[in-house]
Design a protein. Sequence first.
Length: 212
Amino acid sequence: MAGDIALDLANTIHRRGTPCVVDHLGDADAILRWAAAAGVVDPGFSVAPLKRQALLATVHRLRGAVISAGTAIADGNPPPAPALDAIREIAARSLAGATLEGSPARLGFIGADRLLGPLAWAALDLLRGDELGRLKRCEAEDCRWLFLDRSRNGSRRWCDTATCGAAHAKRANADDALVQTPPEAGDATHQERAADTGRWQPRWSRAARKRR
Ligand SMILES: [Zn+2]
């Protein structure tokens, strides 16, 4: 969990940008299951079969916008205008059909907006909120999930220390072991690596991939 439902939505794609990408929201049923599990909608919530394709398209559009805006912000760049437009549009559409009643006022989204509205408004809140400076991208190259770093000293590097953090520590240990082992004579791979980088580059690193 990224600490924010809009970021949880963004993180429903696993290994984005790699050949083994996994989309956990690949169809409308998966979206309904995820939204119920995340507490966005009630467990029995459903959408009419005719409206499922539109739901899928809008959730994917919203997710893409949160990823695009969030990634830019985490990298210290301004969020792209098309991403902000998409979030504003989806939030506005959900509000246009909603009811507002009582005091304190309660917002009641209608139909598929019961799922879309809370997500779009969570994205708006995130982008306007004072925690935006804590938005980070997991440093694991095959992850890149977005999360809010709520640690006191702002030193969190991984979406999850038990997975990405542990994998990094394991690789770092393996790298240390390799650095301490002198390359054998005639081992071109080791010599080449030592010559052009000055230090061991893990096989999965961007630099190592580019050289191939
Ligand atoms: Zn990660």
